[in-house]
Design a protein around this ligand. Structure first.
Ligand code: DGL
Length: 354
């Protein structure tokens, strides 16, 4: 007959297991919502610079970042598996609604969204306007695929989970972690096609750092977001069409007229310089505004502030100035604003505040 193992050791082992389980239960609960991107990218062959974004599952991402189980109790859900160049309204609405549902439960302390970097700034700002919780929501991506020689995704994910688990990150609005830096969703911009240090906040600087799981804050957002946002997805099945029109030397009004013909309710100008455009393009925008299309002037320049009535008479033409928002972020705010109003003066207030 097999002898029972020595009882005191069995009791000690059980006690250790129970203590470990209890300790894990005491950790903050972070839910990782995966959408795809390079952070989940896989190369067809080792060393091949090419890869397919969104190839790997959320479980493999979590497994590739050891030690996270010491800073949070992590659960995961696959919302989508796409390169973020294919990000779309269906995923946006699903992601925002699932995040709000999870954040409304006391069991969830924070959320991490894994995402491609191409449109990460757009999704981050969209969530910044429609998430109805002050709990941390952190977006994270990577510039190298998960299968590369020295992937940046695992440490980015580890740091993102650390921010999502940190009570000090409550009330910051939606944030983004990349390459040890912590950014506000409203301020961040992708500025390099391949560099690890691609994300910067050109106008206001970063919020702080997230360095090997330690969060350092040296800034806080001052614009309205999340729980102070009046913008909502309640009852929304579709977002209004808003097109971006890029200005350049010798531009005419063709692309503006095409946007109007396509049913755009708003047009964002990616203008030259301080939100300027050729006279033919400004005339086409003015004609669109007269038809009730809301026109927002932004700039292709990448930093600085587009203010009202500098070289374009916004008051007379009925245009809105985007202030610091680049064209892709101005489009996000304009789409949500158009759910509430088409009055340019009211939409300008929203650009002033968000
Ligand atoms: N396909 C791009 C995307 O998913 C790759 C860029 C990245 O994720 O870093 O945004």
């Amino acid at each position: 007959m097999n002898r029972l193992p020595n009882t005191p050791f069995v009791i000690l082992g059980l006690a250790i297991l129970v203590a470990a389980a209890a300790a894990a239960e005491d950790l903050p609960h972070v839910v990782v919502l995966a959408t795809g991107g390079t952070i989940a990218g896989a190369q067809p062959a080792e060393g091949d610079p090419g890869y397919k974004a969104g190839s790997l599952s959320i479980d493999s991402l979590i497994a590739a970042a050891p030690g996270m189980d010491k800073i949070a109790r992590i659960t995961g859900e696959q919302i989508a598996s796409i390169g973020s160049q294919d990000m779309n309204d269906e995923v946006w609405l699903k992601l925002a609604r699932r995040a709000n549902q999870l954040l409304a439960t006391p069991e969830v302390d924070g959320i991490v969204v894994t995402h491609g970097t191409d449109t990460l700034e757009e999704t981050a700002y969209f969530l910044n306007l429609v998430i109805k919780s002050d709990k941390p929501v952190v977006l994270v991506g990577s510039m190298r695929p998960a299968t590369s020689t020295s992937p940046d995704g695992p440490l980015n994910l580890y740091n993102a989970v650390a921010v999502a688990a940190d009570p000090a990150a409550r009330g910051l609005g939606v944030t983004v972690v990349s390459n040890d830096d912590l950014f506000a969703a409203r301020e961040i911009q992708k500025t390099n096609t391949t560099d690890l240090q691609t994300f910067i906040s050109p106008n206001r600087g970063q919020l702080g750092e997230a360095y090997y799981g330690k969060v350092w804050l040296f800034n806080r957002p001052i614009n309205r977001h999340t729980t102070s946002s009046e913008l909502s997805l309640d009852g929304v099945e579709a977002l209004p069409r808003v097109d971006i029109v890029y200005s350049h030397a010798n531009a005419d009004g063709t692309m503006v007229e095409a946007a109007v013909a396509a049913g755009a309710k708003g047009i964002v100008l990616a203008g030259v310089g301080d939100g300027n455009a050729t006279k033919p393009m400004v005339d086409a925008l003015a004609a669109a505004a007269k038809k009730g299309v809301v026109v927002v002037r932004s700039s292709r320049v990448g930093s600085g502030i587009v203010r009202r009535n500098i070289e374009v008479d916004d008051d007379t033409l009925g245009f809105v100035a985007s202030l610091e928002l680049n064209p892709q972020k101005a489009r996000v705010l304009l789409r949500l604003a158009l759910l509430e109003t088409a009055e340019p003066a009211e939409i300008q207030r929203m650009f002033d505040e968000y």
